[in-house]
Structure formats: structure tokens, C-alpha cells
Design a protein. Structure first.
Length: 355
């Protein structure tokens, strides 16, 4: 049993849930926001459109290593999510998964009404938007007949790499996902071909160099071309025709197509909530990470401010400062104290640290 399964999703109740904070987004920044709020004694409910916690980390690259998390020289994306879930367990968070926030409105008493697609309704004192890129969909391959194979012979993310072992694979794309999986699967596949539309790559130069070494050694093949048409026999995908810049068409045998053309990031309903935007991101200040609407905060990739860097590390910092701002917003008369988890008896009590 994974750590994620130890915090079950909550079924939609009939009446509004009264809570101090609603966190929209259960990715790393949203989960860490729950932790920082918990340290201050503030409870939160978390809503996410995905069926599991983890956001883009768990959805797009669960096996990809991350190297810039403090004190962890290397950490898999899913491992990071599992650790964050373990970290927030003392605060008994309630996750409302598989439902998207569709209605959001301030109320006359300064609170917020939040409602999801499944009818879960919240009466919240503050809202934190930690929705990453917002709702996102992969850019599809767009060939005739492709829809019938999407999710089976055509995949836009790798859910189980072991199922690809021994297969004839064709990978499309020139970014980090395409190159990472090319390098990962080349030694484990029956054959592998990488197809990219041009010579320049968006992926890390070291990955591109390693791919070219493998191609030069004959361990995989690389083509500068575009997908042209599927090769289907008796209802099964057998390969794909690719077309080079000079018009030459070549057939590649394939059991599986892995397509990494990137994502269509969309704010979705958030765009209609009346919050100030800049280049499809929510503008925030760098003291509170509050949006243009008091009581509504944004952390992680969804926000923007001068000097913004879209790093998990930056999102963690934003969540820490936002937590103190939320505490002041909810309880303006309460004097704030900075307490340390190493020495504070109150922090130990909240974390469940034995005396």
C-alpha cells in the first residue's frame, strides 16, 4: 500500500463544509501548504481534479528523478509526493479528489463559497490556489484513427514503464520527457526510434548528447521527421509512417507510440474568478503571496511576480510565507510568533512528536 492510499479521498457531503482554508491543488506545493498551515494550527481541505494527490509530479513524470530538493541528493517525483503526504498526516488533512472547483465567490461576511463539480461545497475563511499550470491536456498526435488507440498503443504519459519492456517503441518529441524516456527505455525495449521535427532540442544538452551516442552506436534510431499516418492491420497498431522535410516517407514498426508534444496549460474556471492575471498566471505580492482579492492566495507555478522562478523549491518558500499571511488574515488580532520545530513544544504537539 502506498502512502497516498493512507489518506483517502472524502465523499461529497450534502451540507457546506466550514473550514479555515481550502487549498485548490494537491501537487507538491499544495501539500506543503497544508503542512505549513498545520504548523500554525490551521486546518485545511484540499481539492484536486486528479484522482490522486501529487499533481504534475505524479501525473506526468512519477519516475523522473529530482535533484534540487534540499537534503535529498536525488528523489523520484512520486517519492517526493509520498514523503509530503507522510509529512502532513499529523494534521489529518481531508482530500477531495477527482473533482474540479467550478464555483467560487466571496460572501458578504468576508468568507468564500467554493463548490466542486461533484457538489462538494465549502465555506472557507481563506483560499489558496496551488493549481500548478491549471488544468492541462497533452498535445495529441492528431492523425486519422489515433483516438481509437489513445490510452493503449498511443500514450501521452508513461504510467507503467515495465509494460513497455521488450516492445517496439517510437517516441515523439524533443523535450525533457521525450529524451528522458528514450534514455530510460532504449536498453529495455526490443527496438526504439526517436522522432523529432527538427535538429534543435528543448531537452537538457547532456541528454541530447547521450541520445546521439546511443544512435551512433546503433542501439536506437533517431529521425528528423513528422508523424504522417498510422499503420493499422486487423484493428491493431503495427507502426507509423513518418515524413521527413524533403517529403520522404518512411515506415517504422511499433507496438507503442509515446508522444511527448507538451501540454496545453489552461487556467480553466480560475480565469473567470476576477483575479488579476499576467500571462495566464495569477499576480501576487512577495510578502503574502496574496492575489488581487484579499483572502485568496496563490503558490507554485500558478502565480507570477517579479523574479518568479517555477521551481518546487520556490513554491515551498511561497507556501511558508503564505501560511503566516493566512494566519493574520483569519486572526488579525492574534500576535504572531516564529517558532521552530526543533524546540517548540507547541510544534511538537501538533506534529505528534513524543515528549
Amino acid at each position: 500500500m502506498t502512502l497516498l492510499s493512507q489518506i483517502p479521498s472524502v465523499a461529497a457531503p450534502r451540507e457546506a463544509i466550514v473550514t479555515e482554508v481550502v487549498v485548490i491543488g494537491a501537487g507538491p506545493c499544495g501539500l506543503f501548504q497544508v503542512f505549513e498551515l498545520g504548523l500554525l494550527g490551521i486546518g485545511a481541505h484540499v481539492v484536486d481534479s486528479l484522482q490522486h494527490a501529487g499533481g504534475q509530479c505524479a501525473e506526468l513524470y512519477p519516475d523522473k528523478p529530482i535533484y534540487d530538493i534540499p537534503a535529498l541528493p536525488v528523489c523520484g517525483a512520486q517519492e517526493l509526493v509520498d514523503r509530503l503526504v507522510q509529512q502532513i498526516k499529523p494534521f489529518k488533512p481531508q482530500l477531495h479528489l477527482g473533482q474540479e472547483v467550478m464555483e467560487f465567490a466571496p460572501t458578504a461576511d468576508g468568507r468564500f463559497r467554493v463548490r466542486t463539480t461533484l457538489g462538494t461545497t465549502f465555506d472557507a475563511g481563506a483560499v489558496v490556489i496551488a493549481a500548478g499550470l491549471g488544468s492541462f491536456q497533452p498535445r495529441r498526435i492528431g492523425l486519422e484513427g489515433a483516438q481509437a488507440f489513445e490510452g493503449s498503443a498511443i500514450q501521452y504519459r508513461v504510467k507503467n514503464a515495465s509494460q513497455l519492456h521488450g516492445k517496439r517503441l517510437v517516441v515523439f518529441g524533443g523535450g525533457d520527457s521525450a529524451l528522458d524516456w528514450t534514455l530510460e527505455l532504449t536498453p529495455k525495449s526490443r527496438s526504439l526510434a526517436l522522432v523529432h521535427r527538427r535538429a534543435e532540442f528543448r531537452a537538457a544538452p547532456a541528454s541530447v548528447a547521450k541520445m546521439r551516442e546511443l544512435a551512433a552506436a546503433g542501439r536506437m534510431r533517431y529521425f528528423e521527421a513528422l508523424p504522417a499516418s498510422l499503420i493499422v492491420e486487423s484493428g491493431a497498431l503495427r507502426g507509423i509512417n513518418i515524413k521527413a522535410a524533403d517529403g520522404t516517407v518512411q515506415a517504422l514498426e511499433a507496438d507503442q507510440l509515446l508522444v511527448f508534444f507538451g501540454l496545453h496549460p489552461k487556467l480553466g474556471p480560475i480565469a473567470a474568478w476576477g483575479l488579476e492575471l499576467e500571462k495566464k498566471a495569477l499576480k501576487v505580492d512577495t510578502e503574502k503571496f496574496q492575489t488581487s482579492l484579499p483572502g485568496v492566495f496563490a503558490v507554485g507555478d500558478i502565480n507570477t511576480y517579479p523574479g518568479k522562478k517555477k521551481l518546487i523549491l520556490s513554491g515551498f518558500h511561497e507556501a511558508a510565507l503564505a501560511a503566516f499571511a493566512i494566519q493574520h488574515h483569519l486572526y488579525p488580532q492574534k500576535k504572531q510568533f516564529l517558532q521552530y520545530t526543533t524546540t517548540s513544544p507547541i510544534m511538537h504537539q501538533r506534529l505528534g512528536v513524543p515528549d
